[in-house]
Design a protein around this ligand. Structure first.
Ligand SMILES: NC(=O)c1ccc[n+]([C@@H]2O[C@H](COP(=O)([O-])OP(=O)(O)OC[C@H]3O[C@@H](n4cnc5c(N)ncnc54)[C@H](O)[C@@H]3O)[C@@H](O)[C@H]2O)c1
Length: 319
């Protein structure tokens, strides 16, 4: 799709990935960028740079509010759909998980169908795969998921497939691996391991590793993820799901070592038993995204973590 003079709506645009997409959209010749977010997790601070651009407009509303959603989607060419409740929230409140993730996404899909929107880039998750049966996982890897969060993502993927079959509403769906980078949540109830480890290091306390630290994940830098989204919007390919990752496995032990080194800390991690049985092994194949979208992650983990650390330190200064 050509972005020239297009109205683009970013649903969940005040969050981690969404706000980086918005930043990158301001470098494109679009006419209007609507950030549609109810701010349950996203923040105005994430949009500080972007709102200096007069083409950016922020709408504070939920995708459960169908009337406002339709009004704001009217005249749009492309939609990025990122809004979702997180893994931990879905564990604690499965009803909201189904209501927000599934019905909220349906409201978006239905409105896009009715309004003739040209293209949707949907944020799914590698959670659909559950624990890896083989690595790197291709997009054909079975849905080995055992979580409510992953179940909602699978349901929404199937929703996109079905609506494509019936109405040819063009979409691509992205199964992200573990995303990190500036603007990661460090205050809320659901904070990632990287931010928890950094908090401990800043407090001069040993970082805590749950389990033995051999769990392996595929970490991808947030600007690379945003770039994949822009490529997906520009591409002509439809009705496809893609892994979006670095293709490189890093254990939690290695991750903590890098963070200790970058901060110049001599602390040693403490090991505690893992309370919840989350996925322990996940690396995605990057071949399909490279071949069909021309996407490859370019930020090495150490460099990305260095930038994250710099940003986190700047937050400490501003409180
Ligand atoms: N960050 C990761 O590592 C990761 C990994 C896999 C998949 N994902 C998926 O990618 C997407 C973006 O992730 P993120 O890290 O930017 O998450 P995020 O929580 O930072 O962003 C999601 C945004 O959606 C907003 N939102 C939530 N419910 C809403 C509603 N009902 N109406 C409007 N806005 C609503 C939140 O306020 C937030 O700003 C999500 O769908 C997430 O499930 C993320």
């Amino acid at each position: 799709m050509d972005l020239t003079d297009a109205k683009i709506v970013v649903i969940g645009g005040a969050g981690l990935v969404g706000s980086h997409i918005v930043d990158q959209l301001t470098l494109e010749p679009v006419r209007e960028i609507i950030v549609y977010d109810n701010f349950v997790r996203g923040t105005r601070a994430n949009l500080e740079q972007a709102i200096k651009d007069p083409r950016v407009r922020v709408v504070e509303a939920s995708m459960l509010d169908r009337e406002t959603l339709r009004r704001e989607l009217h005249g749009a060419a492309g939609v990025f759909l990122l809004a979702s409740l997180w893994l931990g929230e879905c564990v604690n409140d499965p009803r909201s998980a189904w209501e927000v993730n599934v019905m909220g996404s349906w409201n978006v899909v239905e409105a896009c169908r009715d309004l003739g929107i040209q293209r949707i880039v949907y944020s799914s998750s590698a959670s659909v795969y559950g624990n890896a049966l083989y690595t790197p996982m291709t997009e054909e890897h079975p849905f080995n998921n055992r979580t409510t969060y992953g179940a909602t993502k699978i349901a929404i993927e199937q929703m996109f497939r079905a609506i494509y079959e019936q109405h040819k509403l063009p979409f691509v769906g992205y199964r992200y691996m573990n995303i990190y980078g500036p603007r990661m949540d460090y205050k809320g109830t659901y904070v990632s391991v990287i931010m928890k480890v950094l908090d401990k290091i800043f407090a001069g306390e040993p970082p805590v590793i749950y389990g033995d630290g051999t769990q392996v994940y595929d970490f991808i830098y947030v600007s690379d993820v945003a770039e994949a989204n822009i490529l997906g919007m520009k591409s002509d390919c439809a009705d496809e799901f893609f892994n979006i990752g670095s293709g490189v496995g890093t254990s939690i032990n290695e991750l903590v070592d890098i963070l200790l080194e970058l901060t110049g800390s001599k602390l040693k991690p403490t090991y505690l038993p893992q309370a919840q049985s989350f996925v322990t092994h996940r690396i995605g194949s990057t071949d399909k995204a490279r071949d069909l979208l021309g996407f490859e992650a370019r930020t090495p983990l150490v460099e990305g973590l260095r930038r994250l650390l710099e940003w986190r330190r700047s937050q400490l200064k501003t409180g």
